[in-house]
Design a binder for this molecule. Structure first.
Ligand SMILES: [Zn+2]
Length: 501
């Protein structure tokens, strides 16, 4: 009896140790794959940088990713959910099925010569990567490939998936991909984004938002000769603005509402029969954002009634706040701490300090310690991957590939996404991503814990689609801009064919 007991207690120590050891070995193997692919990983990111494609026009970027992933053994589908630049890649079969969720789009006016501190666009006026979404391609591909190789070597069952959704910068595509059912059969996802630190998080990471066009139709007339015959559509836009201004006092303190007038008529002596305002309404959670949005719709109808015009509104985009699961965040954090910050050279630190100084920011250099674990504060921005995180348990990963203090969406941020700083951060990010996906694939308890947390949260606040049932993705978004600049941008394409091996 005593012998039997001690055997059991011996085994109870040995078995978890053996599991843990296997897991460490698997991760070490995956990391060696990432290290071996540091050069193609960087080349993928750099190639996408020079494509500089705006949302819905990521044709070259997704073509490259398709070629890279197919050569690496993945099955790649382009065009899912009715969007030609929507990429869905898969390796393996069945469950657990885990996915990387990210994006590849650039921003208008972001063209900039890499490593130049002064404003020097590659092509004047052209779009460019002033947030660094180009780095996502290399990190996601290298991590997924390393996971695939590890699954093959260690006979780990399941599927690894990459989803690059179009047009994240205008928070467009994920509600459509969710609506098409792509995420509903997955066990977990990890949302990947560039950052200046190495961090994960849980809880609500950002804001809910709804963006819509309000178009008023009236009747034109001469502004001086017979204005009494007119129904002024611009008056309706102005009265809608006043109505929302009066509403503001009665809203939750967390709300945000902002707008531009996208059509205000042509010239003053022609009373506009057509006018349009583009509104964005946000809040800390989607039910409150939707409640405010419905009030704004009522105000638009009131403005139409006051002016004798008619109004139609079209939801352009919406996003639920990103929801991170604590169980997954804990696993990601362990991997962040195991991988650690990249070893920056003195030259890179010197460059970063010089960059911060030239951009008028605090001169602090690059971060040398990973971000401590804790619920990250909710930001006021939005990301359409939020809808994914209300459909499947999600983890969040920001990898350290940009310079602290340099704000995204300004041209300075396009100076470093092809630098060695970005490349080193990408390698570290791919390692943590690969290790975290392996955790999800090999630890059923982790998936169960994340699922229980997800069920509890979404039971308290169930997901609902904000997109109207008949909404279609705006495929012409940014088309004219890309057609204008792409011919000049082509001369900078790297024209290389990076391959993972
Ligand atoms: Zn982004």
């Amino acid at each position: 009896m005593i012998r039997k007991l001690s055997l059991i207690s011996f085994l109870s120590i040995l078995v978890p140790l053996a599991c843990q050891a296997a897991s460490t070995e698997q991760k070490q193997f995956a990391w060696s794959i990432v290290d071996n692919n540091a050069a193609p990983l960087a080349k993928i990111g750099d190639s996408i940088f020079y494509f500089g494609e705006l949302g819905m026009q990521e044709f070259e970027s997704t073509k490259l990713m398709k070629e890279v992933l197919e050569a690496a053994g993945f099955t790649v589908e382009l065009g899912a959910a009715g969007m030609p630049t929507n990429l869905w890649a898969r390796w393996g079969t069945g469950h657990p099925a885990v996915a990387i969720v990210s994006e590849l789009d650039a921003l208008p006016g972001g063209s900039q010569t890499p490593l130049e501190f002064s404003r020097k666009p590659l092509v004047a006026g052209a779009p460019g990567h002033m947030e660094g979404h180009n780095t996502h391609g290399g990190v996601a591909a290298a991590a997924a490939f390393a996971v695939k190789q590890t699954m093959q070597r260690y006979n780990i069952p399941g599927s690894v998936i990459i989803s690059f959704g179009p047009a994240e910068e205008q928070i467009i595509s994920r509600p459509y991909i969710v609506r098409a059912g792509y995420f509903k059969d997955l066990d977990a996802v990890i949302y990947l984004h560039i950052g200046d630190g190495f961090a994960t998080g849980y809880g609500l990471a950002n804001y809910a938002s709804i963006s819509a066009h309000f178009t008023f139709h009236g009747k034109t007339a001469h502004g001086a000769v017979d204005p009494w015959d007119a129904k002024d559509a611009l008056d309706a836009v102005a009265l809608m603005d006043v109505g929302v201004a009066y509403l503001r006092q009665q809203l939750h303190p967390t709300y945000r509402a902002h707008r531009v007038i996208t059509n205000g008529g042509v010239q003053p002596n022609v009373i506009p029969d057509l006018a349009q305002a583009w509104w964005w309404v946000r809040d800390a959670n989607m039910p409150d954002a939707k409640e405010t949005f419905d009030k704004v719709v009522n105000i638009a109808q009131g403005a139409a009634l006051m002016t004798g015009t008619t109004v139609e509104h079209r939801v352009i985009a919406n996003a639920w706040p990103q929801l991170g699961m604590k169980a997954i965040a804990e696993a990601v954090q362990r991997n962040i701490e195991a991988v650690g910050m990249p070893q920056w050279s003195e030259e890179e630190q010197h460059f970063a300090r010089g960059f911060q100084k030239s951009a008028g920011r605090e001169v602090v250099g690059l971060k040398t310690a990973v971000t401590p674990f804790g619920a990250r504060s909710q930001s006021y921005s939005s990301n359409d991957s939020g809808d994914v995180s209300w459909t499947v348990p999600a983890g969040l990963l920001a990898f350290p590939a940009s310079v602290p203090g340099i704000q995204y969406h300004e041209w300075h941020a396009a100076i470093t996404p092809t630098s060695t700083i970005a490349h080193k951060g990408m390698v570290a990010g791919a390692k943590v991503l690969a290790a975290s996906l392996l955790d999800l694939l090999t630890e059923p308890e982790l998936l169960q814990k994340a699922r229980a947390e997800f069920e509890a949260t979404t039971k308290a606040s169930p997901y609902f689609a904000v997109l109207p049932a008949d909404a279609k993705p705006p495929l012409d978004l940014n088309k004219a801009t890309m057609e204008l600049y792409r011919p000049q941008m082509r001369q900078f394409y790297l024209n290389e064919a990076p391959r993972l091996n």
